[in-house]
Unconditional design. Sequence first.
Length: 222
Amino acid sequence: LDAFIWDDIEARFVALIAGRYEADVAFAYIHSVRRRLYQVEWQAVEYAFGQAGESGPSISPDTIYRRYHCSGPLQPEIVLDILAIPGFTTPYRDADADAALLAQRINQILAPAEQDASTLVYTLDIIRGGFFRNRGAYLVGRIIHQDSRITPLVLALLNSLDHPQQGIYVDAVLLREAYTHNLFSSTLANFHVTNPYYREISEFLHSIMPTRPLGLHYTTIG
């Protein structure tokens, strides 16, 4: 295949994908095809062909995550709202009890014993969608403290099919970067995420695990 013909094919392809959210993936694909066809050594590619990844419509943060502006101790009512974000068709086993326990545990992180919890000001961001792998589901978020520190907030959920009282329940809450990093390890299977905005999701994950390269966050969600 003549290189000039391929250049024309590529130009037409680029015109077709311009403005699409997934243009960056499509552009990477067409260049991988080119390398396969010509079996040539790797050459630098200008992936920002008119800023492929930025030429699509801007994505509102509200589409990516739900934000809660909080002051004082975290209330169970907010946790109940967080648990409802994925919109599961299967009910929780005891959402009220889970919400109360989660609020208590998170408050221990927000305000150690020597701190007055009533003075707390913080923000909770929870990704709009579930993270699914094998038989587990996860809600992923972050706590933004008043001094701009970020604490991961990951809720691990299970469905008690073999329990007399069936339903979804919170199995664990992860509030440390190291634990969150282990959960998202690239040695494990990818997550299926019910939010299609992979760039923003990857950037969100990078904000709670900044020592992990951004590219690995893309890999984690497939």
